[in-house]
Design a protein around this ligand. Structure first.
Ligand code: 1OR
Ligand code: 1OR
Length: 303
């Protein structure tokens, strides 16, 4: 009898017999690869063995200016991690190709077509000479997609009780789980530094963070020390402001005790959190009111 069973990647018996891909690398390549991969969110929830299998399978790709690494609409072949170079992201809109963002010497792309078996969702073009690390589709499936089933089991319940994400459909919340990374911090670790460029967004899973601000209206003055303005604990988010306003980080954020955060990169934030934008903007307008109350001006949150 034929039965319609849900696909569970964990049941995939032939996975164990699939040959392991190994691209030999020099020590120098290995060092660069490790450096490029250390902050890749999709790798952050892998077990150590799985992560080293991923590294073994990756291969170097040299690119020239104007090379199309990915074309929107194509089938997915590889996932890419950036070693170096600047890459523009184009999306077709009403027949025209619109640049919607860029990767600047770090990050990764090409996961969506491989994760969901869909055509490429964007075109990625190198603006300079650059270097990428590719990971073939089969290995991506065997290690990353399989790990996603585990991630969904681990984070589904927690994500369901993050108030900000209530406005999303269940399937949209699960897409966030698929691409998120996890980072742990020790007491006092600085998670965000005021003034830095922003490339990700955080949700506190456990522990607590404190938010400190050094106001620009007192720049250079003696009493311009960092002032604590807020704390966030389980289920609360931070690091959205710079992504929403396209500015540098408005405050510094430190771990209070051992703290674990879920991390979402800026591209996934823009792609998946659009429906939550109104809530975030409403909360941002409250930052301005509190700034006025504290420092007598909200200039810090302006240009
Ligand atoms: P892929 O396999 O579909 C193209 O191949 C890749 O571009 C895609 O995986 C992502 O890794 C990356 N929307 C869709 N894909 C994006 C986007 C994006 N940005 C980067 N990629 N948006 C832009 C968000 C800044 C939304 C556009 C409406
Ligand atoms: P970000 O990307 O600028 C620092 O990085 C984060 O601290 C910021 O996003 C917010 O998520 C968070 N003013 C500015 N940023 C704040 C504030 C805040 N509170 C939390 N963040 N104010 C406190 C309001 C309770 C106003 C300053 C007095």
């Amino acid at each position: 009898a034929v039965c319609a069973e849900a696909y569970d990647p964990d049941d995939d018996a032939d996975d164990n017999t699939e040959p392991q891909v190994v691209h030999p690398k020099t020590d120098e390549q290995r060092r660069r690869l490790q450096d490029a991969c250390k902050d890749i969110l999709l790798f952050k929830t892998l077990e150590k063995d799985q992560f080293s299998e991923v590294l073994d399978a990756m291969f170097e790709v040299l690119v020239k200016p104007q090379d199309h690494i990915i074309d929107q609409g194509d089938d997915g072949d590889n996932f890419y991690v950036i070693d170096k170079g600047v890459y523009d992201i184009f999306v077709a809109k009403d027949g025209a190709s619109v640049c919607v963002g860029k990767y600047n010497n770090k990050g990764s792309f090409g996961e969506l077509a491989l994760m969901y078996n869909t055509p490429r969702a964007a075109t990625i073009v190198a603006t300079d000479e650059g270097t990428l690390w590719g990971l073939d589709r089969a290995t991506f499936h065997r290690l990353i997609v399989k790990n996603n089933a585990k991630k969904r089991r681990m984070y589904e319940a927690f994500i369901e009780c993050v108030p900000l994400l209530n406005c999303l459909e269940l399937s949209e919340r699960m897409k966030i789980v698929d691409v998120l990374g996890v980072r742990t911090f020790n007491d006092g670790d600085r998670i965000i530094a005021q003034g830095d460029k922003a490339d990700c967004f955080y949700i506190v899973e456990s522990g607590e963070v404190k938010i400190l601000i050094r106001t620009k209206t007192k720049a250079g003055q003696q009493d311009n020390t960092e002032v604590e303005v807020a704390r966030c604990s389980r289920g609360q988010y931070f690091g959205e402001l710079a992504l929403v306003t396209n500015k540098s980080r408005a405050a510094s954020v430190y771990a209070v005790g051992a703290t674990k955060c879920l991390v979402i990169d800026i591209q996934a934030f823009e792609r998946l959190l659009g429906p939550c934008m109104d809530i975030m903007k409403r909360n941002i307008s409250q930052y301005e009111d509190q700034l006025v109350a504290l420092f007598g001006s909200s200039d810090d949150l302006k240009h």
